[in-house]
Design a protein around this ligand. Sequence first.
Ligand code: ZN
Length: 337
Amino acid sequence: MAIEFYKDFDPAYGEVIEVSPLVRRLVAKNPNPFTYTGTGVYMVGRGDVAVIDPGPSMDDHMDGIEAMLEPGERITHILVTHTHTDHTAGVPKLKARTGAPTFGFGPHGPVPDEHPLDGLSFDEYFTEEESAEFTKAWEDTPDELKREGPDTDFVPDEAVVDGDVIIGDGWTVDVVHTPGHTSNHVCFGLREESTLFTGDHVMGWATSVISPPDGDLFDYMNSLRKLLDRTDERFIPTHGPVITSPHTHVQAFLDHRQGRENQIVDTLSSLGSDEQIAIKDLVPSMYADVDKRLWRAAANSVYAHLLGLERQGRVEQQEDGWVLVDPSAASSSQRDV
Ligand SMILES: [Zn+2]
């Protein structure tokens, strides 16, 4: 089943949008390839309210969040889905302005100095012109656009775990731990409106970036399945529009990732007994129909899949690449027929 993306979205910068009786939205003006049209900041409740993910730290954005309040209202809770700077950079300023405590799963996981894919090159698959063009484009890309920046400073005032309930003034929020995009990612379920705030775990406009080692595809798939067991009527992600068919959307994401996993397993199973395959050789065939500029990002995703399969004991990394542990094991799609 193809993923039906939800892309029709007007960020209406600077405007407070009433999403539902208990939910208001303000979109920060920080659009980029990771944030789509920017970070959507959600205010939950009336009177004493919670803010979910304050977003970037620009002062005019902080002013905008405070201006969401009606006379007599105040911010009493700051809820954090996960520690990427486009969600949390504004936390210290909003805390200083409001005195509200923060609620989150915990600090960001360890960030290694070097990424295993740093030296990756597809040059042998590119013409000289392509290679020069893509290298320059990559070098010209600002760091914050190359990957979502981890916020390693954030420590929640109140550490929450799966199943915790945060009770406010006329609103009740269930904490749902959904590791995968980051290990500390949580979704927040607003009981009164059967709405799940899904952060970056499930978005309407794009699939989630799973960037190892903190991002983990095995966890991510389990965290997607976890949402299928819930009965939320709508998902509200941080970036982009409300998702009105949550189960269909999640199932399409699961199918999409399963398809990619099957491609990897099928490729590995077609190798000779003494052959290994490196990520730089897997990507060009798997993403042949995708813009080559995106292959670096795709490599990250393939790497995440391989680590997930390794965790299941189905593949292992050797000196020059990856192999199936048990070559007689075909992909699940083949096993099913
Ligand atoms: Zn994120």
